[in-house]
Design a protein around this ligand. Structure first.
Ligand SMILES: [Zn+2]
Ligand SMILES: [Zn+2]
Length: 180
């Protein structure tokens, strides 16, 4: 199990919630992240379950972004109860023995367990403040802050430069306002 890649999947699920409106969209997201086997197996029920999960994960990021760590932990603990881990040792595709978090269930179960465990490992290993929501309004994308000094505030380079331009314009306007 690669918890970091699962934490990244959680981010992707939150940020694609609106676009995740068809089985095709879900398949594309899974293929994009190298989960081709899951992509081939997904059903409408997986889609419904994952759309629900997206909302819950968004709540975790929102709580983290507002600095409410107790709420982050409470939400994740609730999700851990609803998506229990059933670990198994697995070996396939020429890989060495490794752990799978859940076996034999539906695709949505495996992805839910993975995403929740991924976020739980970030929170316990690095800190709840590593989960954030982009500060470049109106963007509300989630992100993982893996910077060494916990300085990340935007989901992407594009949002960071957009926010810089907006801040620059605000300063210009203030200066002009004072001059009149
Ligand atoms: Zn595997
Ligand atoms: Zn953004």
């Amino acid at each position: 199990m690669d918890l970091k890649s699962y934490a990244e999947l959680a981010v992707l699920l939150v940020n694609r919630t609106e676009a995740l409106n068809s089985l095709q969209a879900l398949r594309e997201l899974l293929e994009e992240t190298g989960r081709t086997e899951s992509a081939a197996r997904v059903t409408r029920r997986d889609l419904d379950a994952l759309r629900e999960l997206c909302e819950e994960l968004a709540g975790v990021f929102a709580a983290a972004s507002s600095g409410d760590e107790a709420d982050v932990v409470e939400r994740l603990n609730g999700l851990l109860v609803r998506h229990p881990v059933h670990p198994q040792i697995s070996g396939h595709d020429g890989q060495g023995w490794h752990m799978h978090l859940t076996e034999g269930g539906r695709v949505a179960d495996a992805l839910s367990v993975g995403s929740v465990m991924g976020l739980a490992s970030v929170v316990t290993g690095l800190g709840a403040d590593r989960l954030g929501i982009c500060q470049a309004t109106p963007c509300r994308n989630a992100y993982l802050d893996t910077s060494s000094n916990r300085s990340r505030r935007y989901c992407s380079e594009r949002c960071a430069s957009r926010a810089n331009v907006a801040a620059y314009r605000r300063r210009q306007n203030q200066r002009n306002g004072r001059g009149q």
